[in-house]
Write a protein that binds this ligand. Structure first.
Ligand SMILES: Cc1ncc(COP(=O)(O)O)c(C=O)c1O
Length: 489
């Protein structure tokens, strides 16, 4: 196939150049009906291809023309049998993966530290999650992925599971031995679904961890928008092999997707695929070498630590993506959240995320030596300001044990509920999600029994200003729990 072609983008450009007289939505009609400031800011080009699924432009819900061609090119570039474009991010692609293999009551083996879209899909499907504990890194205060041994134990107890979901790589870029996990799960003839939200570049460089498709996984939801150069919200779902049915996947995708799909997002996927197919290796090489330089320099700054090859060797730490720069800041005596704010206020630098002890900075093909040097300079100044001025923070990894799931998430979500003060909720079954965003990993999910450790963990996060979200009461004073039937006397 000709990876230098962009069937969808080219069709959009040609259509706009013909300058048709439009009597269809969007009503702004090439921007003329838009707000003037917005139109001028965005530019007429972008607005002229903000179109809809008229015949020459194909339809994402039943692609048979230029979208179909664009998806086939993407499948070839990503080593998949089929690729589906998502205009609802990797969240939409993850929900599609799960709903296409799980029916009500089916079991699915998932890491406990999954993104909330996995749990939303489990609620929609009425599936029963079998949780596997991720490996906790006591030195850094973060979770890695799940190991082959843990997946083996889960499969021995639940050989009737309908799927196993793996996160590869994690937000912090760490991977277990995915090929080994895939082979193990396939020996039970169960499909492997991969949350590859943070792994688009890994397809294009052999110094990066292997991708889901290279490892032989059945499906993978990949955020092209996060690191692959397409626009925010645009992702892909890659599919391979015969354990999953592409027609069913198309149907589910369609059920979950807006009928007004954004052609700007779709065109950005088409062009990002071209760029990655032609230049992905060089782009990844550029990011890797800048990240290596950044890591070396950061590790020379007093009070800072950025893990690299030294993390390898554990079952959960089989490989890592060096372009994700996790900076451990505990020795400065301030939290990761303080660092995030300090960098924003003093240097206009925005990082990807922060937690109690770390910040995460992403080095991407969009970086240059200058952008990396600006970060390094700010980090050096920060070290001079805080190191040995404050006392190092004690590393207390308080991530609570996995709560007991006493109802399926769906039953809890739809049960009769009442609101009680969070501080007094220990022992009750929660009916809503509580998660820290980013990264969107739930602390509690519907059906779990709230423990005092969960409450303390949430209060600690709120206390330092970390973004705890989810409950209907955004102040988190109260949470929704399942009404308990009291015996009638
Ligand atoms: C591990 C993981 N999975 C899935 C997602 C969802 O991706 P998206 O924001 O493209 O919907 C995220 C988002 O941050 C994530 O971190």
């Amino acid at each position: 196939m000709d990876q230098s072609s962009t069937p969808l983008f080219t069709a959009l450009r040609r259509h706009a150049e013909r300058n048709p007289l439009q009597f269809h939505i969007p009503g702004h009609k090439k921007g003329r009906g838009s707000d003037e400031e917005f139109r001028e800011f965005l530019g007429e080009n972008a607005l002229s291809i903000d179109l809809i699924n008229i015949a020459p432009l194909d339809d994402l819900h039943q692609p048979a023309g230029v979208i179909d061609e664009a998806q086939k090119l993407a499948a070839e570039a990503f080593g998949a049998d089929y690729t589906f474009f998502s205009v609802q991010g990797t969240s939409g692609a993850i929900m599609t993966m799960i709903l296409s293999v799980c029916s009500p009551g089916d079991k699915i083996i998932v890491p406990r530290n999954v993104h909330k879209s996995v749990l939303s899909a489990i609620i929609f499907a009425g599936a029963r999650p079998v949780f596997v504990s991720p490996v906790r890194d006591g030195n850094l205060g973060i979770d890695h992925g799940i190991t082959t041994s843990a997946v083996r134990r889960a499969l021995e107890r639940h050989p009737d599971a309908k799927a196993v979901l793996v996160i590869n790589p994690t937000y912090f870029g760490v991977c277990a031995n995915l090929r080994e996990i895939v082979d193990l799960v396939h020996s039970y003839d169960i499909p492997v679904l991969v949350d590859e939200a943070h792994g688009v570049l890994i397809h294009f460089h052999d110094e990066l961890p292997i991708s889901a498709m290279q490892a032989g996984a059945d499906m993978a939801a990949t955020s092209v928008h996060k690191l692959g150069g397409s626009m925010t919200q645009s992702s892909i779902l890659n599919v391979k092999g015969t354990r999953v049915n592409p027609h069913r996947i198309q149907t589910i995708f369609s059920m979950l997707t807006t009928t007004s799909t954004s052609y700007l997002l779709l065109a950005s996927l088409d062009t990002a695929r071209r760029n990655l197919a032609l230049n992905g290796r060089a782009m990844a090489e550029h990011a890797i070498s800048l990240a290596r330089y950044a890591r070396r320099e950061i590790n020379a700054i007093p009070g800072l630590y950025c893990f690299g090859d030294d993390i390898l060797g554990g079952e959960a730490t089989y490989s890592y993506d060096p372009t994700k720069i996790t900076i451990h800041v505990r020795h400065l005596g301030i939290t990761g959240y303080d660092v995030e704010n300090w960098l924003r206020e003093k240097h206009r630098i925005e990082v990807e995320l922060s937690d109690m002890y770390n910040i995460l900075a992403l080095i991407t093909p969009g970086d240059t030596k200058e952008t990396v040097d600006a970060l390094l300079q700010a980090l050096r100044e920060m070290s001079e300001t805080f190191y040995q001025v404050n006392e190092a923070k004690e590393l207390v990894v308080k991530i609570p044990e996995i709560p007991q799931l006493s109802l399926t998430p769906r039953d809890a979500f739809y049960a009769e509920t009442e609101s009680v003060p969070l501080a007094e909720s220990a022992g009750r079954i929660i009916a809503e999600f509580i998660y820290v965003y980013p990264p969107g990993i739930p602390i509690l999910l519907p059906g779990e029994v709230i423990s005092q450790a969960n409450i303390d963990y949430i209060l600690d996060h709120l206390h330092v200003g970390l973004p705890v979200k989810g409950p209907e009461d955004p102040s988190l004073n109260c949470v929704k729990v399942i009404v308990e039937e009291t015996p009638i006397s």
